[in-house]
Design a protein around this ligand. Structure first.
Ligand code: ADP
Length: 261
């Protein structure tokens, strides 16, 4: 049994204006699992992700990530957003190397870099990930010289260069055309298979949730008190999208989103 990488234990989160998103909420996510989080706008998907990222503290109860209470963003957690967050004046290479440069600047202080992880050789490591993500020919290009899909690949490279064990993605492919989106969904599955990476993807797309989420967390109207989880263990197979099971899972999820119980 894999160890729990994320544990909400009777967690409540309320924004300063009084909007409560989670109320006495408990959920355990095991290392290596692939989760999708889906629900209508405003149900709290991004809030949940940002809590796990350590960007917001719980109001009460506990949230453990990697077995530790979170006081700040954790160096082993990667976060990928829809708008890529690339520096426009830096090349693909420099964007991908940014996190490593920041780590070297501060040193292994446990805030910016893990304490026990030796520094890798920057040139080799960045070159490896750019090649793995098909960006090696674009290393000297700037973000405005490459496509949206290539920008998101650069953002993924920048995160994976830091050797995360947990990858949080907030609508990462929402701004991309359908083919590029499918391409990056396949890449996400491949990357997960290559390392023991726990992935959580927030999405509006039923098909994306069923393709990528071995477990799907369905959120409805906040505050959420009990997690509604759909088990979808066939997810992860590259051919799953063409299967009858995939279509029936999508239909079931569509029904549940229309009529959650
Ligand atoms: P989703 O990602 O599912 O669309 P969010 O997590 O962004 O939902 O937002 C959940 C709810 O919290 C919404 O009602 C939103 O208006 C509210 N909310 C989000 N951010 C803040 C904030 N900084 N202060 C107060 N309320 C917020």
């Amino acid at each position: 049994m894999a160890y729990p990488i994320i544990q909400f234990i009777n967690t409540t989160f309320t924004y300063p204006n009084g909007t409560t998103i989670l109320q006495d909420f408990s959920l355990t996510i095991a290392a290596g699992e692939a989760w999708a989080i889906i629900g209508p706008s405003g149900c709290g998907k991004s809030t949940l992700l940002y809590l796990i990222a350590g960007l917001y503290p719980p109001t009460s109860g506990q949230l453990l990530v990697g077995g530790q209470p979170l006081n700040r963003p954790r160096p082993k957690t990667g976060l990928i957003l829809q708008d890529y967050g690339l520096l426009p004046w830096a090349t693909v290479w420099d964007n991908a190397a940014l996190g490593l440069d920041i780590r070297r600047f501060y040193g292994p202080d446990g805030k910016h870099a893990p304490i026990n992880e030796p520094f890798c050789d920057k040139q080799t490591h960045v070159a490896h990930w750019l090649k793995r993500l098909g960006l090696d020919q674009l290393a000297r290009h700037y973000p405005n010289q490459i496509s949206g899909g290539q920008r998101q690949r650069t953002a993924i490279a920048r995160t994976l260069v830091l050797n995360p064990d947990l990858l949080l993605m907030d609508e990462p492919f929402g701004a991309l055309d359908a083919l590029t989106r499918e391409d990056l969904q396949r890449l996400t599955l491949e990357l997960r298979g290559e390392g023991n990476l726990t992935t959580l993807i927030v999405t509006h797309s039923i098909e994306e949730a069923v393709y990528l989420g071995q477990k799907i967390l369905l959120l409805t109207h906040p505050p959420t008190t009990r997690p509604l989880i759909i088990e979808n263990f066939s997810a992860g197979g590259l051919d799953y999208r063409q299967s009858r099971e995939f279509f029936s899972r999508c239909n079931r999820l569509r029904e549940m989103l229309g009529n959650p119980t």
